[in-house]
Write a new protein. Structure first.
Ligand code: BTN
Length: 325
């Protein structure tokens, strides 16, 4: 977008209501004709701008695009979004962010894509990433933690996604171990964190976050192993993507700040409260075979699931499918 067009958007947001062509041309130090040209370009880009003779222009609505201007209009984060890379289409934002981090990208660099041609899911699976509807994001972080502590950041991102959904909608998400976000038992978001580390420390962590915002039922792959949904399917109305992105980055930022000053404790506590197994009995299975049954006892600092088996003690679960009874 032309920098003058973004300056006009900023003016609309600062002032609210009508802006006369004269005021805009004075503020931007350009001719009235140039103002008109930029307004036309904004309209082309999907902004709905009303023009009323003698009153001027009014911004009525912005397109649901994931551009930096739209996100920054709602962003309060300090670290997250220090730098944005917005892509129309890419293979995987995790791959892009990893490469940028290797080249020294600053902590808080956020890679966003409108669509991904090879979105990566956990366990080598594919993450369906159609254009124009969802949220695909990877954040570069450079925490001072040991490699075994890095999973804590995945729990942190799950809490951030759950908070963002709660703030942006009236839905009540839950988290399922290790790190799926569910609405009504159906998966709405997935997290894939990757890291580069030495034995004595982490170089960087990539937080990969995918949230199904406005996907329609026919856009889900037909071979899904678990039920999935999107916020729009649950709400019956679409969610504005750029605003959601800002809300999520704001929450990530606050949680990361608390993580740096207070460690994993507060994040862990909130994660446990939001977990679908909180206060419940659960069954863990591996390859379809039941391995452990007991009471949910939280997660530990390595991200293992703790299951209380009474007299048999507390079991640490590192992998497996968890079903809440
Ligand atoms: C899962 O299997 O649940 C994890 C899915 C993670 C998907 C996100 S979308 C943005 C980022 N880029 C990727 O290629 N994957 C993650």
């Amino acid at each position: 977008m032309h920098h003058r067009a973004s300056a006009i958007l900023r003016l609309f947001r600062q002032e609210g209501g009508f802006l006369s062509g004269e005021v805009i041309s004075r503020e931007l130090n350009v001719s009235r004709t140039a103002v008109w040209k930029h307004i036309s370009a904004l309209r082309q880009a999907g902004y709905v701008i009303e023009a009323v003779p003698s009153r001027g222009y009014q911004l009525l609505s912005a397109p649901d695009v994931l551009n930096v201007e739209e996100i920054e209009a709602h962003l309060k984060a300090v670290v997250m979004g220090r730098r944005f890379v917005c892509l129309a289409d890419t293979a995987s934002t995790n791959v892009d962010a990893f490469r940028l981090a290797e080249q020294g990208a600053v902590e808080g660099t956020v890679v966003l894509a409108d669509s991904q041609s090879s979105g990566k899911g956990r366990m080598g699976r594919i993450w369906a990433s159609p254009a124009g509807v969802n949220f695909y994001c990877s954040v570069v972080l450079r925490p001072s933690v040991m490699p075994y502590e890095a999973p804590q950041l995945t729990f942190l991102s799950a809490v951030a996604v759950a908070r963002a959904i709660e703030l942006a909608t009236e839905l009540r998400p839950q988290i399922k171990w290790p790190n799926d976000v569910l609405i009504d038992g159906k998966k709405v978001a997935g997290l894939l964190n990757e890291m580069s580390a030495e034995t004595d420390g982490v170089n960087f962590v990539i937080l990969g976050i995918g949230v199904n915002l406005n996907m329609s039922a026919d856009q889900f792959p037909s071979d899904l192993r678990h039920p999935a949904t999107s916020l729009r399917l649950e709400l019956g109305r679409p969610v504005a993507r750029a605003r959601f992105a800002a809300v999520l980055l704001n929450e990530l930022d606050r949680l990361y700040d608390s993580f740096r000053s207070q460690g994993f404790g507060p994040v862990r506590e909130e994660w446990q409260q939001r977990c679908n197994a909180h206060g419940r009995e659960l069954v863990v299975s591996d390859g379809g075979r039941e391995t452990v049954r007991g009471l949910f006892a939280g997660i530990d600092g390595d991200g293992a699931l703790l299951v209380d088996r009474g007299d048999a003690g507390v079991e640490r679960i590192l992998s497996g499918d968890v079903r809440v009874l």
